[in-house]
Design a protein around this ligand. Structure first.
Ligand SMILES: Nc1ncnc2c1ncn2[C@@H]1O[C@H](COP(=O)(O)OP(=O)(O)OP(=O)(O)O)[C@@H](O)[C@H]1O
Length: 311
């Protein structure tokens, strides 16, 4: 079932079509990547989904019903990019206060906070002030206050910014856990390498419009360029086969080739075997999401890193 459906959503500011007719849907339990360069419209889109902005046009449907900003807000946990914690307040008190604002009873909030603090190695923080925490530590606290009330939909805007690799992994594991336990997650970022690892499904927005929508693997397949890396035991053969492929790159023990789309892998392999080559590995090189993102946003070619040797 779709947890969230967004249809023909628009938000125009005086000089800017911040969100210009965007539609997508997110299934329950999905980790959904909302990607786009700076100024693409991600925050504006999220502000409409969280009821901060009213859309100029379009509909938002949550759990099969029209989204009601007043009554549905408890179902959503939102961690914005600009963090909103009270610097002078003690961490335990603050987390408790935020949890109660979201409808948790004091006793449940304390119990839940203790569990989260222990899981994220924050046990000793209860009596510290927010201003005494590093940026990364504040980030962890903000994450806990976002997910504490067990929201159905969790929206995380750049959740890893400021986190070291160990803490990034801690939060990443918690994101997977939350999704496994039925929460749906929207993960907004312009950092592609994290998306490849985490997201089931992504959309890419640019200039207020959606320009890609699909699974990470599906999108990579759509943009594949029939590039393969073949490693050899020894020097790669010098035999050309322009009817099958062109050589894009050669090193002391490997070739990167681009085969013609209608040519099968077996035909390429047969060519090298007939030439007496000892093949060690044969792998397709799919573009990274980062390459696809840059190509879609900037209009630059994908495989510019591979210089054709036969041109
Ligand atoms: N309150 C506002 N008034 C006028 N223009 C706005 C307002 N909020 C956003 N915009 C404009 O709408 C466009 C989309 O902005 P938005 O903040 O949604 O982008 P974003 O994808 O979240 O960017 P970033 O990754 O940099 O946070 C931008 O051109 C921005 O200048």
């Amino acid at each position: 079932m779709d947890l969230l459906q967004v249809a023909h959503l628009k938000k125009y500011f005086a000089t800017q079509k911040a969100v210009d007719d965007i539609s997508f849907s997110i299934s329950e339990g999905q980790i959904f990547g909302l990607l786009g360069p700076n100024g693409a419209g991600k925050t504006t889109l999220i502000r409409m989904i969280t009821g901060i902005f009213y859309p100029d046009a379009g509909t938002i449907t949550l759990e099969g019903h029209p989204f009601d900003p007043v009554n549905d807000i408890g179902k959503i946990g939102y961690m914005p990019e600009e963090r909103g914690l009270y610097k002078k307040m003690k961490i335990g008190e603050q987390a408790l206060y935020l949890a109660q604002l979201k409808g948790l009873k004091k006793r449940d909030a304390i119990e839940s906070l203790k569990t989260w603090f222990s899981r994220l190695q924050m046990d000793s923080w209860w009596n510290k002030k927010v201003e005494d925490l590093s940026k990364g530590m504040q980030q962890k606290l903000q994450f806990v206050t976002t997910v504490l009330h067990q929201p159905r939909l969790i929206i995380l805007d750049e959740p890893f910014s400021g986190l070291d690799p160990v803490n990034s992994n801690l939060i990443k594991d918690e994101i997977f856990n939350l999704a496994r336990n039925g929460a749906t997650i929207i993960f907004s970022t312009h950092r592609m390498e994290q998306v490849e690892e985490i997201c089931d499904h992504i959309i890419l927005v640019n200039k207020g419009q959606k320009i890609l929508d699909g699974t990470v693997q599906g999108i990579k397949q759509d943009f594949k360029e029939h590039l393969y890396k073949i490693s050899f035991a020894g020097t790669p053969p010098q035999t050309a086969a322009p009817e099958l492929f062109t050589v894009k790159q050669a090193s002391s023990d490997a070739l990167v080739i681009q085969k013609h789309p209608e040519v099968s892998n077996n035909q390429v392999l047969a060519h090298f075997l007939n030439a007496g080559s000892a093949i060690e590995s044969f792998n397709e090189l799919l573009p990274s999401l980062n390459d696809i993102f840059i190509r879609q946003v900037e209009g630059t070619p994908l495989a510019r890193q591979f210089q054709t040797l036969q041109d």
